[in-house]
Design a protein. Structure first.
Length: 60
């Protein structure tokens, strides 16, 4: 896949209302590693925490 595109436009502001990214999201391994992966201290919110950090850094 050269580039996967969402049916929705990229809107980081939606994170103010909760996690809107599907659990079936694909993310490059090197990006997860670059951002330190998922936090082991968060139970049930690990993915949301990572998505917010990515959005704050302008990644999508």
């Amino acid at each position: 896949f050269p580039r996967l595109i969402s049916a929705r436009p990229w809107m980081p502001s939606l994170f103010r209302h909760g996690n809107y990214i599907d659990a079936m999201s694909l993310i490059r391994t090197e990006v997860v590693r670059e951002f330190g992966g998922w936090s082991s201290e968060l139970d049930g919110w690990e993915d949301f925490h990572l998505w917010v950090r990515l959005a704050e850094a302008g990644r999508h």
